[in-house]
Design a protein around this ligand. Structure first.
Ligand code: BTN
Length: 156
């Protein structure tokens, strides 16, 4: 193989490597959604499971908002744009929210978590079950730095 052919192969290899590493997404870190809610996801283990903390900016409950725990898991078979799900068990209300989503990485390496959620309120009786669940979407972007995580840990 000539010098040109070798250089071409090398360049192609480098492009492939950089493309695959850019797309990797680990959920660990601090995130904020378009409502201004913050969440911090701690280390993701080998099975893809994680815990974290959520500080919502809005609430349907008429009580002071408090930091609440997150439990979830993500696919780790391929770290390229994995799907995930997590639950937030609200500490200041009787409600529970489940989020499902996928982590996307754009050409500039910017990550977004595109999610849908179901917020379940506690119905007084089975007759009131019909309107006890809300549905919506949230898009999270990564907050650079870990300041949110530390302050949220102290609040719990
Ligand atoms: C409650 O109102 O009882 C608990 C707070 C719920 C906040 C919801 S969860 C879905 C949506 N996304 C947010 O960041 N906050 C709201």
């Amino acid at each position: 193989m000539g010098k040109t052919g070798f250089s071409l192969l090398l360049a192609m290899g480098l492009v492939t490597l950089s493309t695959s590493s850019e797309k990797k997404c680990i959920l660990s870190g601090a995130w904020q959604n378009e409502l201004g809610s913050n969440m911090t996801i701690f280390a993701v283990n080998k099975a893809g499971q994680f815990s974290g903390l959520y500080l919502t900016a809005v609430s349907a409950a008429k009580k002071p908002i408090l930091v609440s725990p997150i439990n979830g898991s993500q696919h780790i078979d391929s770290l390229e744009q994995p799907t995930f799900g997590f639950t937030v068990k609200w500490t200041f209300s009787d409600s529970t929210t489940v989020f499902v989503g996928q982590c996307f990485v754009d050409d500039h390496g910017e990550e977004t978590l595109q999610t849908m959620w179901l917020l379940r309120e506690k119905a007084k009786s089975a007759e009131n079950n019909w309107n006890a669940t809300m549905v919506g979407t949230n898009i999270f972007t990564r907050i650079k730095g870990q300041k949110v995580s530390e302050s949220m840990r102290n609040d719990l």
